[in-house]
Design a protein. Structure first.
Length: 276
């Protein structure tokens, strides 16, 4: 069933678990994620990043994902990830995304809030959820222009009060696209934010965070974790093993029938780790 943040993040915040938001790049990983969520009776978010939007049009993406979400036995949200142009976010809303992230983290806080207010005003009457970011989560590889900046409490409070998004991504030492090793979470900064903010909070860069920290954060006000690298690595690893196992294997469907179960296991592990 199609769901937005109010349907899935508010119950998570109240009950002390978090929802997995997986970056997906096609039918196979989307199917694996939904299958995993259904097996665990968990809500889940299918997230589309910039790379995917440059590969397919938003109409094509929604045409593929929306029927999958609507027919799922559990709540499924279709989310537009980091997007820096207000007009592009509005276009995604018009295309059928039921959750969007306008990322104004590289802007002065007043400009970030003003843009979020614009997006929220456009999205609200269409039942679409809006995610903002205060502070800036850097990338381990690529996108060197994205700065590294911990979330400032006063700026986060201003965003919550004046911008009124449905969820807020925070920077507490997390890093996008960590392929090996782990980051150290700034627990002191997180505790400051958790104590004062009431809005559902979001962590990006989950693949680079220790399981123990993920469990701690998911029980303490973090209601959404964005997951990308771990699922992409699982896909690549499974695909290589599958092709190496049979040099005569060439049929796409036959190959993907072997890969999807491995992706499902990976997605299920993440969902369970977050408390669902």
């Amino acid at each position: 069933m199609l769901a937005n943040f109010k349907d899935i993040l508010l119950p998570a915040k109240e009950e002390g678990y978090a929802v997995a938001c997986f970056n997906v790049f096609g039918f196979e990983d989307s199917r694996a994620v939904i299958d995993a969520a259904e097996l665990r009776n968990a809500s889940v978010i299918l997230s589309i990043n910039l790379d995917m939007r440059q590969f397919m049009t938003m109409d094509q993406i929604i045409g593929m994902l929306r029927p999958m979400a609507e027919s799922a036995k559990v709540p499924v949200c279709i989310h537009l990830d980091h997007t820096y142009e207000v007009d592009e976010v509005k276009r995604a809303i018009d295309c059928g995304f039921n959750s969007v992230m306008y990322d104004g983290s590289q802007l002065p806080i007043a400009q970030n809030i003003a843009s979020i207010k614009d997006v929220v005003s456009y999205a609200r009457h269409k039942g679409v959820s809006v995610e903002a970011e205060v502070g800036s989560v850097p990338y381990a590889t690529g996108r060197d222009h994205i700065k590294s900046e911990l979330t400032d409490l006063s700026e986060a409070l201003a965003m919550e009060k004046d911008g009124k998004p449905d969820a807020l991504a925070i920077s507490i030492g997390n890093v996008h696209r960590i392929e090996s090793g782990f980051v150290e979470i700034n627990v002191e900064r997180f505790n400051e934010l958790e104590k004062e903010l009431s809005i559902p909070l979001v962590i990006h860069g989950t693949s680079g965070i220790k399981d123990s920290d993920i469990k701690m954060l998911s029980k303490c006000h973090i209601t959404k974790f964005n997951v990308g690298t771990v699922l992409r690595k699982s896909f690549g690893d499974s695909l290589r093993v599958t092709l190496e196992s049979d040099s005569n294997l060439f049929d796409r469907i036959a190959i993907m029938k072997k890969v999807i179960p491995d992706l499902q296991v990976t997605a299920s592990r993440v969902i369970k780790l977050l408390g669902q």
